[in-house]
Structures are given as C-alpha cells and as structure tokens.
Design a protein around this ligand. Sequence first.
Ligand code: CA
Length: 410
Amino acid sequence: MCSVDQRIFKRLDEVKVMRDPIHGYIHVSYEIIWAIINHPIFQRLRRIKQMGSSYIVYHTAEHTRFAHSLGVYEIVQRMCYENKYINAAIDEKDKIIVMLAALLHDIGHGPFSHAFESVFPFSHEEYSVKIIENSSLAILLDSYSENLSKEVADIIAHKSNKTLLVSMISSQLDADRMDYLLRDAYFTGTKYGEYDLERVLRTLRVKDGKLVVKESGMHTIEDYIMARYHMYWQVYYHPVARSFEAILHKIFTRMKDLYEIDKHALDDVEIFKPLLENNLTLEDHFLLDEYACVYGFERLINHQDKIISDLCRRLRDRDLFEYVESKDVDEEKLASKLLQLGFDPRYYMAQDKVRQSPYQPYRGSDERGILILMADGKIEELSKASMIVNSLAKGISKDDHKIFFPREAM
Ligand code: CA
C-alpha cells in the first residue's frame, strides 16, 4: 500500500495506447490518467461534438470533445517528456497535474455550446471547475493526492501561480489550439489548419519560467498563426454553420418564452427544464448531451406551438435560414415582409456579427503574446520579431455582420 500522496505516481503495468489520426497514438502510462479517461463524466465527452454545428457544412466534422481532449493531453505529455527544456523545468507531480488539466479542460462543455451560452446564463468554464472540484471526479482525483482536484481546477481557471503550466493549457500558443487546429482541419478536409506541430514542439524553450519559442522556430509559428486565421474565416465562421446556430438560438429563445407563459408548456421535454429554471445541477449537466438535445428537438416537432415545431423541423431537415450582409438590407422592411408572410421576426430574423484578429500582441493583464527567444538571448514578443505577424497585428481586425431569415422572404 502506498500513501495517498504517493499514489499519484502509480504507473500502469503496461502503457496504454489509443490510435489517433492526428498524433498516431495517444500514450497513457499513469493509473490516474487512465482512471479519469474511463470515468463516466469523461466518457460523456463522446456525446458532444468538438465543432458544434460545423458538420452541417463539412459532413465529416463529427469528431468529439473526447477525441480532442485526448489530443490536448497527448501534446502536453509530449511537451513534458520529449522537450528536454520543459522536462527539466517541471517536477513529476506538476507534469501529472498539467496532463490532467489538459485532459479535463473542456469537461464543462454542454451541447451546442455557442447557441446555449447565448441564451442561458451558462458558462462551460464555470462548469468545468465545478465538475472537477465537486463531482465524483474530485473524489477520484483526491484519492490519488490530497487537494489534487483543486490544483487541476486552478490551472484551468487561470488561478494557479504555476504560470508555465497555465500557459501550456491556455495561451496563444497552447496545446488546446495546437490540437484543435490540426484535428478540425483533418476532419473538415481543409488544408488551411495544417502547420508543423513536430517543429513547434522541438523549438519550445523555457526562459524565466515562461514558455518561449526559439528564433529559428519562428517561421513555423507564423504558419500556425496563418492556419488559425484561415480556419476561422473558412471553417469556424462559415455562414451556413452560423445559420444553423441562428436557428438553435431561436429554438432556445422560443422555449424560454413558452416556459415563461406556461410552466407546463414543455413537459414533454424534461431534459431542458433545469436550464429553463436556471437550476442546472451537476447531475442535470451530465445528462444534457447532444443526443438528449437532438431527441428533445425531435419531440418538439410535434409540439402544438407552430413556431417551436417549425424551427425544430428546419434544424432536422437542414432547411436553414438564408443570409445577407447586414449593410445590404433594410431591417425594418425585412421585418415587415416576414410579418406579412406569417413569420414573427423575433424568431425568424437573426443578426450575427463575428470578428477575429489573427494575433493579439497583448490581451488582458494575464495573457501575453507569443514570446520569441532571440539568438542573442533576449526575449521579443512575436509581432516585434516577425514582419509577417507585425503586419497582421497592425491590420484592422476583420469582422462579418450578417442577417439570417427564412428563404421564403428572399
Ligand atoms: Ca478545447
């Protein structure tokens, strides 16, 4: 028997490997990591898609947060063991803590997060911390080392003073982005998201407790920034996926309005009730996955309320809203046209504005740009060291403002 604080170091009898199209294999050697992967709360991530609505445009973009979370874990583990500078900078216990944080960073996600969080006061970050600190996962973690649950949650919540570990999980050059760019590019069949992960991992260094990139690795980082820029505009912000999101948003809005008028209006779809009551317990959160949600929408097609029924049917049949540039449309005219056609604009007209700048030299007080370790040993922020990134950072961030409505009003 080993004491609780030694148990965290317990290794499996043999290394577990899982095949993965992005990393080749995912390697697990610690018992605690394997126990977390096999826990029902982690397994739930198999029922949440990584890209939400993008599968409606890119038909193979059906990969899950489960696969992505394993990928982020694998990248962090490679940072810890294959990069000798990081390996030397972090003790063994902190390596396990940061690998756990990688595995659990998305644990609080709900189904169709984007649309959900725009209607209900729900934040997946908040739930990630709640789940790690208060559910059966916390009991499991703490049985391997006292206070482990809190140490892991603090990394994810940016509360930890171990800034190197925090930046490996969440910064402009973190394992989260490194995995999702490659994974999303692979599963959408686009080439934009590709960059040389091997070289990024090889050129990472630690300087004064910070993660930096050595100068000769800078071109790979430029490529990574460009990959991100293209993926946003070509994939993540695709207007058809946003049209799907707009309908989801309207379904949740209509649900909320129906429930306010009559508390029994949605008795058929119990699964949404805790959300409507603004009382989503951890048990409710566990049950609320995309399968449950889709089943709920399916049932609502038969609802007597014509609006919710029609919106849910549109979602199922991919009878999505059309869209135009906001500047090209007179919204009042469009609203009255919709009314004439029998569409209540509150539920049939949506605005969506997205904005993205490819790289931010400074963001908030705790987040810095990517740091480059120059040949002379000095540290330069990326936009100062790279001409390409410099001009990108100076350029005005691009935005896209669209209006969505049923094609009948075209
Ligand atoms: Ca993530």
